[in-house]
Design a protein. Structure first.
Length: 218
């Protein structure tokens, strides 16, 4: 029976959360919104529409959502040629692949952004599939991205593990019925990840790789 190792990407495998914070903050500022960076940081991991709803409210002028999202995409795109992988991200995916796990990325990124992230990780040989937010009707914290990843891997939830760095990841994993592993490298406090459903928490991919024999991947 297949077993899936499902990974969020931003903040989990690639050190991009604060780049997203800066890009969203500037895009919002250009549109006349003053949103504290710490609030933007807590919203990273949501799809763009959900992120704007979370930060600006449901009564915002939704007609400007596309403009703000496009500005974020342009600002963030400046970093595509130098996105930094987190320590041992590629080695972790290869090790799990060698151990018989189907490695699937579950991310809101697509197109050139996803290509840049995969170049940063540099482990395409270990990645079975990618579940993009474009492939599902709802993004995290809905279970849809994780469930789609399991479908791509052909693996049941009770044989799978989801690794992420945000509360949205942990909630999505819990709703999908998979085991949840949190990492702290995205900047979200341990207590918040635990409250959202993380079963075990590691500092970053390197820490998880070193602790695999005692992890949910054992």
């Amino acid at each position: 029976m297949e077993r899936a190792a499902v990974f969020d990407v931003d903040g989990t495998l690639v050190d991009t959360n604060h780049l997203h914070v800066t890009a969203w903050w500037e895009a919002l500022r250009q549109a006349g919104h003053r949103v504290p960076m710490h609030a933007v940081h807590r919203a990273v991991g949501l799809g763009s529409g959900d992120l704007l709803a979370h930060l600006l409210g449901e009564d915002r002028d939704r007609g400007r959502d596309g403009e703000i999202s496009a500005a974020h995409k342009t600002l963030y795109g400046q970093f595509f040629d130098r996105l930094p992988p987190l320590p041992d991200a590629g080695r972790l995916l290869r090790r799990l692949h060698e151990d018989g796990w189907a490695v699937v990325l579950a991310t809101s990124a697509g197109g050139s952004e996803l290509a840049a992230l995969r170049r940063a990780i540099d482990a395409d040989d270990a990645i079975t599939a990618t579940a993009s937010a474009d492939d599902v009707s709802e993004g995290k914290p809905a279970p849809d991205p994780v469930e789609h990843a399991l479908e791509l891997a052909g693996a049941p939830a009770d044989h799978s593990v989801f690794v992420g760095d945000t509360v949205w990841d942990m909630r999505a994993g819990a709703r999908a019925g998979v085991r949840r592993v949190g990492v702290l490298c995205g900047g979200i406090p341990r207590a918040d990840l635990v409250a959202a459903g993380a079963e075990m928490i590691y500092d970053d991919p390197a820490h998880l790789l070193a602790a695999l024999p005692e992890s949910p991947f054992a």
